[in-house]
Structure formats: C-alpha cells, structure tokens
Design a protein around this ligand. Structure first.
Ligand code: PRX
Length: 638
C-alpha cells in the first residue's frame, strides 16, 4: 500500500518512544510526519502559536492541495484499487465500487462544474446531501478548487440549514432531490427550498437526482448535477492552497443559541487526520474499513473521507440505517463486504444489543479484525457485548475520544499495539499533551495515583480548529479562557494510576444524545418560540439506548394548561427548528423553575430530578423559590 511505513507505530515500546519525542520536540516530530505527504512547496515554519490570542499556525508557507494527497498521488500504484465501496439503503440495489482512478476523474469533473458556476478559491459551499458517493465527490471537488465546504447533516431542519448558510455566506448549495432512509423517502430539496427563502447569498443550487420523482426547480438558480457535468471537461488541476487556507467549516453546538462554525485548515488537518487513522486503526493493504458515521459529522469528514483516502485505504459508505430491513443490517454488510475494521457509536451498539442475538449470529463476522467506538462514553455492558458478540473476543476495541474541534482522534488505544481497557479511551496519541485540571484551575500533576478533573490540552496539535467562523472572540472565550494558556475541552475525565483516561462526560451545557452533540440553549430557544410557553430548561438524563436523553421542563403563560396537543406542538417545533434528533424524550410542565437569587435556572437540580436522584439534591435553601422543587418532583413522577 502507499502508506509510508514510518507513519505507523508498531509496538507499545515504539508508542512510548514516539510520544516522548513528540513532547520533547514537537516541531521535529510533526515535520517528519508531514514530510510523508505531497506538498507543492515545503513550509518554512512548522509551528507558530499563542494560546492567549489565540493564534495557531502549522506548516506556515507550505503549499498543497489535499485532494492530490487523497487521489493524484495514489494513481500510479493504487489507481485500480477500490477507494469507496457504497452500500445502498435497499439491500437489493447494487453496491458501487469506485476505484481511486475513477474517483479522481469524478472529482475533477465535478470540480469543473463548481468552477463553471462561478465558484472560486475561498468561496463557501454548503452541502446538504445523503450518504451517497456524490457527497464525497462534491466535498473533494470543493477542496480541489479551493472552495470551503460546509456540510450540514441531512437530518437538520430548514431553519438549521438557513442559519448555517447565512452565517458563512455560502454562494452555492449542493443537495439531492430525495434520500432513502429505511422504508422512508425524505424530500431534501423541499427542505432546501424552504431554507432558500431566507438565504440571499446562495446563487446556485446543484441537485443530484437520487430518485426519479419529479423535482420542482427554480429557473436560473437550480441545476441538475448530470446536466452540469455535460457542460465541462474532466480535467481539473488542483488549486494551490496555503497550509493555513480554510478547508472546511463544520457547525457544532455550543452553550448559547447559535451554532459555532468550527474552522479547519488544510495542511494540519490533513496531517492529523491521516496520522491518527494510520495509527489508531493500523490498516493493511487489503483491508476494508467501515465507519458508520454520517459525513455530516466530523467523524465522517476525518474517518470516512480524508484520513482513509489520504492513506490509500478502501472506505465503505452506507446510505441506510442499522435497523433496515432488519436489525442485522450492519452485520450483513460486514459479511458481504468482508469488512476488517468497523467503527461505530455506543448508541448504535446499545440499540442493536437490545435485539435477539440471532440477528448477529446469522452472519459471518470472521473478516473483522478491529472495532472502534466514538462519540460518547461507552458503558461497560455495551463494551462487552461489542467485544464478545461482534469481535468474538479477538478484536481490539479502540475507544476514540475526540471532538469536532480537535479534527482528529486525541485519546485512543492503537489497535493491537497499545493496551485496551473497557470504558477507557486509554492513552493520548503522540503529539497530544493533556492536562487534568482541578476545581481551582490548577493542573493535577501526573503521579502514580488516580485523579478526576476537567480535561484540557496544553500544547497545539496540527488538526485543531483555528477559529469559530467570523467570531474569533467566541473561539477565545469558549476554548481558551477557562484555563489560561490551555485549550479546554468541555469534558470531565478520570485518570487511573497508569495514566489511562476515561471520559466522564460533558461538564458544560452541551448534551450528547445518541452520540450527537446538542446544545441545550438552541433547543430551549426553539421551545420558547411557542406562544404559550413562558420559560423552559433542557437537561440530559441517563437513557438505556441513547446514553443521554433530553428532558424539557416548561412553564406556561398564566391561564394556560398542559395538553397532549401542546406536547406534540412543542416536539414538532423542535424538530422543525433544529431537527428530529433534538426532540425531547420527556416534556414536564411545571409551575416554576428553580432559580438562584440572580435569576439563573439551577439546571443541576433539574438534572438530578430527571435522573431520579432526588435524595441527592443538595442544599436548595439558597434558591429564590425552593418550594417549586417538591412540585417539580411530583410533576416528574406523574
Ligand atoms: O463529550 C465528548 C464526546 O463527544 C464530544 C464531542 O462531540 P462532537 O464534536 O460531536 O464529536 C463527536 C465525534 C468525535 C466530546 O467532547 N465524546 C466523543 N468521543 C468520545 C466522547 N466521550 C467519551 N468517549 C469517547 N470516545
């Protein structure tokens, strides 16, 4: 394979040595890794940073195009190797195999469509697409011409699309007419049309026809993918990008209402995503690697597309859902495609573990060598089910901790190389300098003793997000203000006596539902839009399948009462504003919310009530309105 061997750590001793070097001389370490890639011009400064400003730049002055690393450089040796295997929603529809050469041609061809429609280096392009190869082609085509892609998960609502398009003033929207999801067909174009009523920056919409259904098109604005291809040639030279030029924006939830457009740049992201892919998953030449995430999330960006393709691997894209046509679909695909690496989320494992084992046993899973987990803490029970029934006790499980903001895996075992431990993400990857902070903001030194604290990172790494789009102040406030000179992750962590980390969950107002990062504020804002709602508070509570689910406590304006109709209107409002994933599992109408004397809602108390921990409410006497607590407990128990 085209993987330079010196990118891969091959023993635990080597891991320790690499880690040590990466801390002692980070610039030399990353220089050597970055040298393994194809650059049009070498950088003159490996790292410049200041965590107070904050400003970080890697490989300054270096020129490259990431698609030359994903595609062009593989053509000679891997041109006929399969780059993408696409598995459709319907098991009877044909699987598509796209070689590196074919992908190269398709990307170049579509890149010319972008150019022909006025897209230039630096322009933002929004992608709202299903899990079809054309999503990969469109994102790589953006990168080829130097346009910045902003992918919006195709489960988000029209309001969410519009706010993301407007925030980064996208010039073009690429979508599909419809998407298949299980036995449903969802009309994406309709959702886009609704969003497009409020997005003045969009000049062109390119529509891929996934189904034959008639699709209303607006003349001069909407164009079909295939028609546009007919107008242009198939050769497209890759635009020269600076290492610090934007590659993509990806929105993630924050503690306030507005999503944050995390900015990722070209050189560092490429080096980080590829290096971690190589080391965490340890792929070999003929492996078939499958990450079940949607490309609309960071996991799909880094570990379906950029990391695997830069490494010359074969990556699987699945259009459907794990329960269609039955709960054995994942395992049927592993069997059919001889999948060697399987990377999924704990919520999927828990959902599938609830169904009879026959769904697993019907399929031959002998091709599997390595299993991965991402997105939320994996509980002991799910870990063992995954290990015993999917891995047959033979496959290392890499529990990978990272974030949209980190761009690449930060803490994880290296499959088969470093030890695993159930529920622990274990050790930091080379180049990742973690810090566990106590409640006074002091770093808890690494001693051979266990400790718990807030997780921070004290040195830059190449794939880190450089800013929040158009709001650098927010980037500074959210990530660099909590602990001076350090990046704050928002997560809590436990470290055992040997230095293994277990992530204990968010310590801020972000809730991880089924592995999806949801801010409480945007959901509350959506609920508060209802004319009868006075106030609302969203908290997370433990859920058997989702890991954490959402509970909404709502107060109504005087003279109005709760009703089933109101409950469904509120759920619909959330689904329409954010997306169905943000719909609360429980809605509790209450007479008042517990508040501090300064008027701040005490979510801690609401969280305890939702988690049935009413005997651990702590001191409530300082509340402005302690009486509401008993009332809320009663309302919750109804
Ligand atoms: O709380 C952590 C959790 O997911 C958050 C990041 O979410 P997002 O940006 O959407 O990216 C998800 C995919 C990388 C983290 O702050 N998280 C992610 N992976 C793990 C995890 N929690 C525990 N264990 C993990 N392996």
């Amino acid at each position: 394979m085209h993987i330079p061997q010196n990118l891969q750590i091959k023993s635990f001793a080597e891991y320790k040595q690499w880690y040590k070097q990466s801390v002692e001389n980070p610039e030399k370490f990353w220089d050597e890794i970055a040298n393994q890639f194809l650059w049009k011009k070498k950088w003159n400064k490996t790292l410049e940073y200041d965590f107070n400003t904050p400003k970080v730049s890697w490989f300054k002055g270096g020129k490259l195009n990431i698609t030359e690393n994903c595609l062009d450089r593989h053509l000679e040796k891997l041109g006929n190797k399969t780059a993408i295997i696409w598995e459709p929603n319907d098991p009877d529809e044909e699987t598509r195999h796209i070689t590196y050469r074919q992908l190269y041609v398709k990307v170049s061809h579509f890149a010319n469509v972008l150019k022909n429609n006025g897209i230039k280096k630096g322009d933002r392009v929004c992608l709202y697409m299903p899990m079809i190869p054309e999503l990969a082609i469109a994102m790589l085509a953006c990168a080829r011409v130097g346009a910045v892609h902003s992918i919006v998960f195709a489960g988000f609502s029209s309001t969410a699309i519009a706010s993301r398009i407007n925030d980064s003033e996208c010039k073009m929207l690429i979508t599909a007419n419809e998407v298949y999801r299980g036995n449903k067909r969802v009309n994406l174009k309709e959702m886009c049309d609704e969003a497009l009523k409020q997005t003045p920056s969009i000049e062109t919409v390119i529509v891929y026809r996934r189904t034959v259904e008639p699709t209303p098109m607006k003349s001069n604005r909407d164009k079909f993918w295939f028609d546009e291809l007919q107008k242009v040639s198939k050769d497209c030279a890759a635009e020269e990008m600076d290492a610090e030029d934007l590659l993509f924006i990806l929105y993630t939830s924050g503690s306030t209402g507005k999503p944050k457009g995390m900015v990722h740049t070209t050189g560092g992201y490429m080096v980080g995503s590829t290096f971690t892919f190589q080391n965490v998953f340890q792929p070999n030449e003929n492996d078939i690697y499958w990450c079940t995430a949607d490309i609309g999330w960071i996991t799909g960006h880094s570990y379906i597309i950029y990391g695997p393709l830069c490494a010359g691997a074969t990556t699987v894209m699945f259009e459907g859902i794990p329960s269609y046509p039955d709960y054995g679909r994942f395992w049927e695909i592993c069997d059919k495609l001889n999948v060697t690496h399987f990377y999924t989320a704990p919520t999927a494992i828990r959902a599938l573990a609830k169904h009879p084992l026959d769904y697993v046993k019907k399929h031959n899973l002998q091709s599997l060598k390595i299993l991965g987990s991402v997105g939320e803490p994996i509980n002991e029970e799910a870990w063992h089910w995954y290990n015993d029934h999917i891995g047959n006790g033979n496959c290392p499980i890499v529990d990978t901790w990272w974030q949209t903001e980190t761009g690449a895996i930060m803490i994880s075992p290296l499959a088969g190389i470093t030890p695993t431990r159930p529920t622990f993400a274990t050790l930091p990857l080379p180049g990742v300098q973690l810090a566990l902070m106590d409640e006074n903001g002091i770093e808890i030194e690494q001693k051979p003793i266990q400790a718990e604290g807030r997780l921070a990172i004290k040195f830059p790494w190449p794939s880190m997000a450089r800013s929040v789009y158009n709001d650098h102040e927010r980037y500074k406030n959210v990530y660099f203000s909590q602990f001076k000179g350090k990046y704050f992750t928002g997560d809590g962590a436990y470290r055992d006596a040997t230095g293994n980390y277990r992530i204990t969950g968010r310590v801020d107002d972000v809730v991880i539902v089924s592995g999806h990062n949801l801010g409480t504020a945007p959901i509350e804002n959506a609920i508060n839009e209802h004319e009868l709602v006075a106030e609302s508070a969203i908290v997370g509570f433990p859920h058997e399948v989702k890991g954490t689910a959402l509970c909404a406590y709502i107060t109504l304006h005087e003279g109005h009462n709760e009703s089933d109709k109101l409950t469904s209107e509120i759920k619909k409002l959330v689904a329409d504003t954010i997306g169905p994933i943000a719909k609360p599992d429980k809605i509790i109408f209450v007479g008042g919310l517990p508040k501090t004397r300064s008027g701040k809602i005490m979510r801690r108390i609401l969280r305890k009530i939702a988690s049935n921990e009413t005997d651990a409410l702590g001191d409530i006497s300082t509340l402005l309105n302690p009486d509401v607590v008993d009332e809320i407990i009663v309302a919750f128990g109804k």
